[in-house]
Write a new protein. Sequence first.
Length: 438
Amino acid sequence: MISYRSLRVALLGGGSVGAQVARALLEDGDELSQRVGARLELVGIAVRDVDAPRSVDLPRELFTTDVDRLILGADVVVELMGGIEPARTHVLKALASGADVVTGNKALLATHGPELFAAAEQVGAQLYYEAAVGGAIPIIRPLRESLAGDRIVRILGIVNGTTNYILDRMDTEGGALEDVLADAQRLGLAEADPTADVDGYDAAQKAAILASLAFHTDVPVEAVHREGMRTVTAAQIASAARSGHVVKLLAICERLTDDDGRDGVSVRVYPAMVSRTHPLAAVHGANNAVFVEAEAAGSLMFYGAGAGGVETSSAVLGDLVSLARRHVVGGPGLAESKHADLPVLDIGQVTTRYAVTLEVKDEPGVLAGIAGVFAQHGVSVETLQQSVVTTSSAGLATAVLVIGTHAARESALAATVADLEAHRVVVGVASVLRVEGA
Ligand SMILES: NC(=O)c1ccc[n+]([C@@H]2O[C@H](COP(=O)([O-])OP(=O)(O)OC[C@H]3O[C@@H](n4cnc5c(N)ncnc54)[C@H](O)[C@@H]3O)[C@@H](O)[C@H]2O)c1
Ligand SMILES: N[C@@H](CCO)C(=O)O
Ligand code: NA
């Protein structure tokens, strides 16, 4: 029997993920020791309430509310409390003491990443965060290490399981968003307050983390253009289906060149149409997937469980084993690479395709008038579908036009839509959806 030295592991948080990490450390300790070359000794679990009921049966003496004391003397601190404060203060304290840190806290990283990485670098400590994006799916380490010699061009991610579940059910069952959301809440899949998921805040935090890594640039979450999915209607999903598309809430990180020839990045979250032939269209239920396009590697897809206590604990334990091995061998941790320092460009500089749905008067010359507005702004029309003409009780005959465009600048499309709204033959602009993943 080999006798290993011990690494003292302090766990902050014993909830869905934390309890599973604790269980694995206690049950699989021998095997993990062999992989690491040191024993991972769980010295305590900081929680809000020591007597709260837990999903996993863990020794009561491990629990404490004294976070500061637990951090003191730890070799590795695993932060799974969530939220910004007091998690930020605890992580900074752990790093300052020379401990390595594993965290799954996307909110903290997206808002205070540079401060935390600087604190880690100052003392040569390591900060790992695989669980922060895509739960169990390995995506941080592939971007940080495997693809470090390549140039990432674009990332399209389904990084929020709740919204993917809702949109998938709307697509397959045809329900309205509010009904499917209410059902998801009843089943415990969506939070009682669904704001973070439905309004895209959670996806924006993950987009900021992915873009920072992929483009070697600090991308603060405030720089992410964010549109939630509350406005997506059953009619939009049905119309997308008719043209062979599905609607997904996407986190998009992309290299761009702006009107002045400046290189930059665009980081954005919005609901968009994706062709049913694209691999992201096959991501169903609450699953996540990150589709990465790199110059040399080409297209790669990372797919799996984006949440769940047991699943996410896999990512945390992977970080823990990896960081503990390095701790045993010695030497500084991986520094964050921010050398490119690219500007985050305004949404107006984005080039993509669009599906514009218009209600128009049914009279001669309408199509020519509409086509003229697109042409005037340099937006090229690719497809046009016209639905059956209906006549209102006031005797007004109208038709619905769905116009698919070629790739165009967002600023040109916005100007086109403004002119269409004011056009004599247009009764209303019913919907504008981007089409991504061409
Ligand atoms: N649950 C998931 O599927 C999932 C997936 C990916 C990432 N994450 C991230 O992992 C982290 C943990 O998530 P979770 O779902 O396990 O959370 P949770 O709410 O189930 O558990 C949080 C734990 O932290 C403790 N805690 C919170 N504030 C504290 C404080 N001030 N002092 C002491 N203890 C405190 C609570 O007592 C609880 O034990 C979060 O950052 C979350 O974003 C979770
Ligand atoms: N609320 C998140 C949890 C995982 O970060 C989701 O629905 O994907
Ligand atoms: Na992950």
